[in-house]
Design a protein around this ligand. Structure first.
Ligand SMILES: Cc1cc2nc3c(=O)[nH]c(=O)nc-3n(C[C@H](O)[C@H](O)[C@H](O)COP(=O)(O)OP(=O)(O)OC[C@H]3O[C@@H](n4cnc5c(N)ncnc54)[C@H](O)[C@@H]3O)c2cc1C
Length: 487
């Protein structure tokens, strides 16, 4: 089933407890901080019903129409269909949003792969996975990711600090398990449910297995309270900050104050192996859309920088072209990793088609770690005017407007209003507090850099280079450890 935007909005009016800037949010669908991003998500739902888009955003299986975004990938076409669907959405909304469901669904596909590991411990838990996977497809659920706990003082073992620093089970009942703790989650205020699992490291031995818990939590479950960071949307003029006002994806500290997870929503509990397996495979699919979004960020940087260079005529200079080419190399590096990871995709343990893991994770490092340097180049190409240009009101009001029109008009092609719009766009992309926030999002929201490198280390097959060098350097077979030494 595919929902409409209206279905989605109605689903959010469920009495959920959301706080922002010290006030309780009555309705996320109308609150100025959330309305723009709720509208984007609702637009995605509505697009799936429109004849112009429906065939490319949905598919029909067993007489049911479902979203292409959630379809578990089994063949290359599933991935290219998803790429096309993302492209339609990004072009329609005119910007980039990341955590809108198609990214986090990858964690659910990882669960499909992990169901046998979960079944080893308790077959009920594997059945729960099957049911929830079906529920997400059948009801077009907007799903998010709950991994990161506040953690507290990590020089102390979890049992020596406030236990709520990491989500843990406090009680078992006939109905389910009761948890306490908190998680940081993007989009929690306007999503339907979260897949909760432990932060790495909290459950590495059996004595801490109260922490080895994973399952589905509804964002309106009793005891779930969200305290959101301040928003970028709704506090400035959209003419001056066009991206912040349309695409802010608000994060929350989601608190679990004795929240019951019914047994039918539990995926693992007191099962450290399952917890470790799920954490290790979490980004197997979801890294793909995460990195893919950076392609659009790169395009926005190239577009903003190129238009700025064109309007001033600086694109004729070789040194300016070189900087633009650096941006292109960044963009095409992302493109190449994504394309190759699909072309050389691998069968997953659950029979799905997962992007080539080594190429995907290396692409994530390329995309995330080079972003600050690329923003620097794009900012340099836009010039200092992105930070000195006055706001729209100054351009439009009597007294200042005529002077700004005079000094911001270049020629017949480039009039002051277009220059103002371009500079405002570039400022919000590269220089605003929203731009800084998005940079941090890219660096952290799918784990920090050391973790991205760890994924590369684990996914790369070192045997090729080892063998190559062993033969090229003429090393003996003894170095492999497979041949017993003569002594
Ligand atoms: C904008 C934003 C959105 C987010 N959205 C979500 C979300 O939707 N869901 C979710 O679950 N989480 C989310 N997060 C949280 C994110 O996953 C964490 O920030 C990330 O995992 C790092 O955890 P931390 O912030 O506690 O940093 P820390 O663990 O304190 O790490 C800080 C730094 O310390 C160093 N470090 C720490 N441990 C090690 C180590 N073992 N080896 C080497 N270096 C180390 C690294 O330099 C690391 O970057 C979001 C974060 C941000 C900033």
């Amino acid at each position: 089933m595919i929902r409409t935007g209206q279905d989605y909005r109605q689903g959010l009016q469920d009495g959920r407890e959301i706080w922002m800037d010290g006030e309780r949010v009555k309705d996320v669908t109308t609150h100025p901080a959330f309305k723009p991003i709720v509208d984007v998500r609702a637009r995605m739902y509505d697009m799936a019903h429109e004849p112009a888009y429906q065939d490319r955003l949905t598919y029909v299986e067993e007489n049911k129409r479902n979203t292409i975004f959630y379809k578990p990938p089994r063949e290359t076409k599933d991935w290219t269909d998803k790429l096309e669907a993302v492209d339609l959405v990004m072009k329609d909304i005119g910007g980039v949003v990341t955590r809108v469901g198609d990214e986090t669904i990858g964690e659910v596909w990882s669960l499909i792969d992990g169901r046998d590991v979960l079944a080893e411990f308790d077959p009920r838990f594997a059945d729960n996975v099957d049911r929830h996977v079906q529920n997400i497809f059948d009801n077009d659920i907007f799903h998010i990711s709950a991994n990161t706990d506040p953690k507290g003082d990590r020089s102390l073992p979890p049992q020596e600090q406030d236990p709520d620093m990491m989500v843990h089970v406090v009680k078992e009942t006939d109905a389910g398990i009761v948890i306490r703790g908190a998680k940081y989650e993007t989009a929690a205020a306007y999503a339907d449910q979260a897949f909760l699992k432990p932060t790495v490291g909290a459950w590495t031995n059996e004595t801490l297995s109260d922490y080895a818990v994973g399952g589905i939590i509804s964002m309106s479950a009793p005891g779930v309270k969200q305290i959101c960071r301040s928003s970028f949307a709704g506090r400035t003029n959209p003419q001056d900050y066009p991206l912040a006002n349309k695409f802010d994806e608000v994060e929350s500290l989601v608190i679990f104050d004795n929240v019951l997870i019914p047994w039918e929503n539990v995926f693992f509990y007191r099962h450290t192996k399952a917890a470790q397996y799920i954490r290790a495979t979490l980004h197997r699919y979801s890294a793909f859309p995460y990195v893919h979004r950076l392609l659009y960020v790169a395009d926005m940087m190239i577009g903003a920088a190129m238009w700025n260079a064109k309007q001033t005529g600086l694109d004729k200079l070789q040194s300016v072209r070189e900087k633009l080419a650096d941006l292109v190399c960044y963009r095409e590096g992302i493109n190449a990793h994504l394309t190759a990871s699909i072309a050389l995709a691998e069968k997953s343990p659950g029979g799905l088609l997962m992007p080539n893991q080594s190429l995907l994770y290396a692409g994530r490092v390329h995309g995330c770690s080079n972003l600050p340097a690329m923003m620097h180049i794009a900012r340099e190409l836009c010039g200092g005017q992105i930070c000195v240009t006055p706001n729209a009101a100054a351009f439009h009001n009597a007294g200042s407007g005529d002077w700004l029109k005079k000094f911001y008009t270049l020629n017949k092609q480039w009039e002051a209003e277009d220059r103002r719009k371009l500079l405002a766009f570039a400022r919000d992309l590269l220089n605003s507090d929203y731009a800084g926030h998005r940079l941090t999002f890219v660096q952290f929201a799918q784990a920090p850099h050391f973790n991205h490198l760890n994924a590369v280390y684990n996914a790369f097959d070192f045997s090729g280079p080892l063998d190559f060098v062993r033969k090229a350097a003429g090393l003996s077979d003894k170095v492999t450890g497979k041949v017993a030494s003569a002594n």
